[in-house]
Design a protein around this ligand. Structure first.
Ligand code: NIG
Ligand code: FE
Length: 402
């Protein structure tokens, strides 16, 4: 089926003009794809017999579908009590070392049945979708056993089957050391390396991630994990330099990582390594805000080095219980100094790249017909407001969501 969406303010994010803006524009879709984008007045003649279904958008803003390229969406339990303890002075690291943090969520997740886990994750996915998200990355990392990680990744795959959006899965078994491996981190990493082949065979994993930090895993352990991923042809990503500089970004860049995420403590050498490798820097203003972090990532240096900047929610129960990617657009500007256009590119063009997806993130012929109609008339309005819910209509793979 062909559809013509006309009389829109298009932020195509394609080409060199600001926002790739087309003031009075049209998009023609056929099946799952965009076949034509341009000014209404330049629309080619469309033969009557084959006339597409037409939608007049009355000047509304249209952007590519938003891509949340970093979330930990599948978990059970609540960490509100930890939030309160942090307000009283405890740090995220203190709580983790005392057995809370990620491990508290692992315990709650292991105790939850499949359906409870699925329903909670689905509710979160639906909230993100209502904010314009059409592609969602979901990490495991609260199972920390072969079966537990497979269950979380399988839950993520089910969301992708049952909801109108694309889900990409990332195995984050190297998120924290499970209690049953206390004092045996190297043995745990050996086991995680061995799990990857089966997870891949069951088509549960699109990429491999790890948490490289004082309360996570060492660079040497990450290196072993990434070598195992590389041997299987799985792309890698890394939680790097969030709480301290471990040199994780340079290590990941050496493996041609799709992305390095967080990066508050990234060094100049780390910036240069990301630039050389073409690795995307995924900025997570929600975690920075929610943890009251001490320093922002080195955005000016990343920009100067030409590193692509993506922006995501990092949704998780401990460091970023955020369910609005639109809010992250604003926070990326106010907290990290991105320009409004960089922020929007960070949740579209560069977020697609952080997931290794070349078929989306812009409005251009040949790409997937994933786009959002906003109750706004310019992309600046999308980024410059706080707490609004301007998403009106979403087209995903050429079909309008009910
Ligand atoms: O991206 N830093 C590691 N992982 C998550 C937090 C997970 C949690 O606290 O449950 C993050 O911030
Ligand atoms: Fe994360």
């Amino acid at each position: 089926m062909r559809c013509l969406w006309r009389n829109a303010c298009l932020a195509t994010l394609d080409g060199a003009t600001p926002w790739g803006l087309v003031g009075r524009g049209a998009i023609l879709t056929e099946g799952e794809r965009i076949v034509w984008v341009g000014a209404d007045t330049a629309l080619p003649a469309l033969p009557g017999a084959d006339a597409p279904l037409e939608h007049d958008l009355a000047g509304a803003l249209v952007t590519p579908g938003l891509i949340d390229c970093h979330t930990h969406l599948v978990y059970a339990g609540d960490r509100g009590a930890e939030f309160e303890r942090r307000l009283q002075g405890a740090s995220y690291e203190d709580l983790a070392r005392a057995g809370g943090g990620i491990r508290a969520t692992v315990a709650a997740t292991r105790a939850a049945d499949d359906e409870t886990l699925y329903r909670a994750a689905r509710e979160r996915a639906v909230a993100l979708m209502a904010d314009g998200v059409t592609t969602l990355e979901i990490k495991s990392g609260y199972g920390l056993s072969e079966a537990g990680e497979a269950r979380l990744l399988g839950t993520a795959r089910r969301l992708g089957r049952e909801l109108p959006l694309t889900v990409r899965t990332t195995c984050l078994a190297a998120h924290a050391l499970p209690v049953e491996y206390a004092g045996r981190a190297d043995a745990y990493i050996d086991d995680v390396c061995a799990w990857l082949a089966a997870l891949q065979r069951e088509q549960l994993v699109d990429a491999v991630d790890a948490f490289c930090d004082r309360i996570g895993f060492t660079p040497a352990q990450v290196q072993r994990l990434f070598s195992a991923a590389r041997a299987l042809g799985l792309p890698v990503k890394l939680h790097a330099e969030q709480l301290s500089d471990q040199g994780g970004a340079a290590l990941a860049a050496g493996f041609g990582a799709l992305s390095c995420d967080h990066l508050e403590y990234l060094s100049a050498a780390g910036v240069a390594a990301l630039a050389r490798a073409g690795t995307v820097a995924v900025l997570l203003p929600g975690a920075y805000y929610f943890l009251g972090a001490a320093r922002p990532p080195p955005v000016a240096a990343l920009r100067a080095a030409g590193v692509p900047l993506a922006v995501a929610t990092d949704h998780n129960p401990g460091s970023s219980p955020v369910l609005s990617l639109v809010l992250m657009l604003n926070m990326a500007c106010v907290l990290f100094g991105l320009t409004p256009e960089e922020a929007l590119r960070g949740t579209t063009v560069h977020a697609a790249r952080a997931l290794g997806l070349g078929d989306r993130g812009r409005l251009a012929p040949g790409l997937r017909a994933d786009f959002v109609v906003w109750d706004l008339d310019h992309p600046l309005a999308l980024v410059s407001r706080v707490g609004h819910r301007p998403c009106r209509r979403v087209v995903c793979g050429g079909r309008e969501r009910p």
